[in-house]
Design a protein around this ligand. Structure first.
Ligand code: PHE
Length: 342
């Protein structure tokens, strides 16, 4: 009787385990065959009614059955877990044959490239780079540079004021001349690269652009206008190569006397005249001159004892000429199709 029951339970279990296809179903199976309400427990209860000779036999058979069931469950569990793992691996798998995403490499902005090249050339010529603030006082940007209040020459540089008549966005890098001369003793030779601001916009003018200021001061007579011309010519030769035509032309700046401007032949029209050069065939790239005695006096240097020259170069203009770009605004719109070409 007992044997039959054991066999029945075993047969049923073996048959049923076949259709157990996941771990939840297996747990249900375990509860059914080994849990508190399982048939095997009824078997044990029957022990009490059995005769003393039969009891060990029944007990042993029940144990064998229990072990067998446990074994069946353990085996199935291993199989199901392996299946589960295989499924998850498959679901997570990466297709290693897919082409990788392209990594786009960044580049320096063309203006940064030109600025760095300019600084490198001037360093070779013995100039030391310094910096000044973008927000300047009226004194440094104008007054100390021999541009008094209400003087017409202020109109050369349409100004963005932070505080009317007091604080402004520097219209040129020349205020760094004053800052340097007030804090360092000649002889000195510096360049001051940086951003400048003017209320101006067309193909050759942007409201924000860059200049490299140059300043050299020494005992009177040590540096002459010829040195100025030689220095700028040498710089331009190193920057453009010797084939590019340049011209020096007399000009006026309140802070230099005499003053000059330098033009480079227009790369767009080769001198024939176009909208970039405003039909002149030339593009103005810098202003320069011998430091005006009034400027030296403003910083406490005696013009009888000291002299020097200064220049201010337009960085975007140089970049346009170097790369053949006919609209300055391209540098600031940051169109990647443009920037990628450098
Ligand atoms: N600061 C002048 C400008 O921006 C350029 C300049 C610099 C001229 C130094 C002479 C000397 O137009």
């Amino acid at each position: 009787m007992i044997e039959e029951t054991v066999k029945n339970i075993e047969a049923k279990a073996i048959e049923e385990i076949e259709s157990v296809s996941n771990l939840e179903a297996l747990e249900a199976f375990r509860v059914k065959y080994l849990g508190r309400k399982a048939q095997i427990n009824d078997l044990m209860k029957n022990l009490k009614q059995a005769s003393p000779e039969e009891r060990p036999k029944i007990g042993a058979q029940a144990n064998v059955l229990r072990n067998q069931l446990e074994e069946i469950i353990a085996k199935k569990k291993t199989i199901l877990e392996e299946q589960d793992f295989a499924l998850r691996v498959k679901a997570d798998a990466q297709d290693v044959t897919l082409p990788a995403n392209k990594i786009v490499r960044g580049k320096k902005h063309p203006i940064t490239q030109v600025l760095e090249e300019m600084i490198a050339i001037f360093k070779e010529l013995g100039y030391i780079p310094v910096e000044g603030p973008d927000v300047e006082t009226d004194y440094y940007n104008f007054e100390a540079l021999n541009i008094p209040k209400h003087h017409p020459s202020r109109e050369m540089q349409a100004t963005f004021y932070v505080k009317e008549g007091e604080l402004l966005l520097r219209t040129h890098t020349s205020p760094v001349q004053i800052r340097v001369l007030k804090s360092q003793k000649p002889p000195l030779a510096i360049i001051a690269p940086g951003r400048v601001y003017r209320c101006d916009a067309d193909v050759t003018h942007s409201p924000v652009f860059h200049q490299v200021e140059g300043l050299i001061v020494d005992k009177k007579g040590k540096v002459s206008f010829t040195d100025l011309k030689g220095t700028l010519t040498e710089f331009l030769h190193r920057f453009f190569g010797k084939n590019k035509r340049v011209r020096f032309r007399p000009s006026f700046f309140p802070f230099t006397e005499p003053s000059a401007e330098v033009d480079v032949e227009c790369i767009i029209c080769d001198g024939a005249g176009c909208r970039l050069c405003k039909d002149s065939g030339w593009i103005e790239i810098l202003g320069a001159g011998m430091i005006d005695p009034n400027v030296l006096e403003a910083v406490g240097l005696d013009p009888e004892l000291y002299s020097g020259f200064a220049f201010g170069i337009g960085v975007e203009r140089l970049a346009m000429l170097k790369f053949g770009i006919d609209d300055i605004r391209l540098f600031f719109t940051n169109d990647l199709r443009f920037l990628k070409q450098f």
